[in-house]
Ligand binder design. Sequence first.
Ligand code: GAL
Length: 738
Amino acid sequence: MRKLFVLILLCACFSRVVAQDIPLTKGWKLAIGDSAQWASPTFNDQHWAAVNVAQSWEQEGHPDYNGFGWYRIHIVIPSSLKEKAFLKDSVRINLGSVDDNDEVYLNGKLIGRFGGKTGDIVKGAFYGPRTYTIAANNPAILWDKENVLAVRIYDTGGDGGIYGTNFSIGMADVMDHVKINTEADFDYGERNSLSKSIKLITTSHYNYSGKLGFKVTDPETNSVLYEKTNDAAFSSAKPFTYTFEIARLEKKSYTITYTFTDDKSGKVLTQTETTPYLLTPYPSAKPKINGADVFGARPGSPFLYLIPATGHKPLVYKAEGLPEGLKLDAATGIISGAVAQKGTYPVTLTVSNKLGSKTKDFSIVIGDKIGLTPALGWNSWNAWGLSVNDQKVRTSAKAMVDRLSAHGWAYINIDDGWEADQRQPDGKITANSKFPDMKGLSDYIHSLGLRMGIYSSPGPRTCGGFLGSWQHEDQDAQTYADWGVDYLKYDWCAYSEIVPKPDLDGLKKPYQVMRASLDKINRDIMYSLCQYGWGNVWEWGAEVGGNSWRTTGDIQDTWRSMSSIGFNQNKAAAFSQPGHFNDPDMLVVGKVGWGPSLHNTQLTFDEQYTHISLWSLLSSPLLIGCDMGHLDRFTLNLLTNDEVLAIDQDALGKGASQYIKNDNYQIWVKELKDGGKAIGLFNLSDKYQTISLDKTDPALNGFNKFRDVWQQKYIITAGKTFSAKVAPHGVMLIKVSK
Ligand code: GAL
């Protein structure tokens, strides 16, 4: 142990360039379980297992473990840290990423906590990077002595523990108190220009004064398009705003680098962001019918379908061949009613406006299967986390019908955080005070032609610590039906308390129980299994009656998370079929936050094109996870490309398979109902790549039409190969046909 301290000290002395921080990447120990004594500096942790905090505890010998665990490290904090620092008032501790909630103790004293709706570590799910800043004169710090840092974790599901690369302790630097806030939307002007305002803000008492550098580069050529330096001064009372405009941009992303240099301290803070570019063509004023070609419902169940159509309003809707029991509202395009007879009913839909009319063949399939194409909708979790409420849901529904439902988006799903803490005396579940009237809310959502989703767990509690459906399955299914629920996400969570080490049958059981309950009610409820992919759920998700099943742990809004989930779906692809789809988790585009305060997704614009293209190729449910009350122009453009959505909604229901995989790029191919193929050429590297396929390659052989799906235009290709220049982390999505 002592040797380790010496080593840590040595590292600290020689690593001045790295802001003099002491790395905390090595020397951690882990124990699974929970005990208040483990916070204590005098607790003897010698028998605890050493752990590599580069990876989650699942990867460190605790597969599938959810619940409590503690990490401890012994560390000397030298006062030289303080002496060498420019600002001496606070100490900063970087704890990598925490999954999900944590409490941090320094020498037995609680110095920070994160997670939980009521400060209770079990309630919440606030995975993400963690940094704690405490006053340098906090008596918990023992300068020049051995300190024990103990981190109590509660993991609700999926990966758990503390992990990543950013583990260190140091003095909070001048720039630790500064934020370059780039949250504002870009404005799109003439001459392909973009403008925006950014802000320099601080929480420190220090007065900042220096220069703000602004530079725009083209990542394809590395050439500098714009470079400017401005004086910049700001304090906690008065932020600095910088507004810029850049013009004559091509249809691609550029990199903007902001560099603030503080005169007094000489410290520098740099931040980059990329610029958006729009690929989806502006919708025509002429009428057009979008969305899937089929819709399934069970005989006798309430039926609701809004015909998705674009074009100048007012639009007038017509449907020929509707089965008995259904009626269409010609002004809103909402088809409702119930059909008693099983069968496949071919329907001709027509939408007209003063510029003309358009028809589309559509099948209504009344039978045992629902969810014939993946769900398109919104879910509250990635945006609002447990802070979801009635108003936020209504805002989302209104935004969906105003801006998205014309493209087929239909579900408004409430995730965790709606449930009361206690059941009624008769065992009935009720909503908490944030949802005063569930039936009223679903009536409102249905009146817009949309459908409502809800969330629960087979366990006694949900991952957010609310009531689950354990031993109340029939009753809950009936309550959902009474409320008018159309979609249920059923999340394993505290079911681990009931069955801690399930075998395959044990994994299936709770989902079969709720399936049986859902089958007893007279309502079509899409059934979305959520258990993070355990037991290769894709192999049996359909057998237990799931319309979709999560294949992974929770997604985060980073390239690392999105790409490692998305590009690892090959194993599950073959199991995708109409009515039963793989779910690699919800979308991380737009403003996300998993709680009351939101931020722009950290995915670059090219990464977002990759995200939507890949999820569509995979036939994944597409559940928007952002604040729908604030859909910026890029996000809206990204989510309203009918040709991209048509790939997701293709009636064949196949999942794309990984066709070519190498270090720099991957090609994924999906067979489509019309005999064509959708092909994604993905650049996984940090540099522009030209990705080529020989036209005689089996993926392309026999096809002579190549369509750029995002731009919705045919590509003229001469020569023997098909080649595309693809941006870093970006995609070229094509459709080939004869
Ligand atoms: C997680 C689940 C998330 C979200 C959360 C709610 O287990 O994977 O998608 O539903 O629980 O607490």
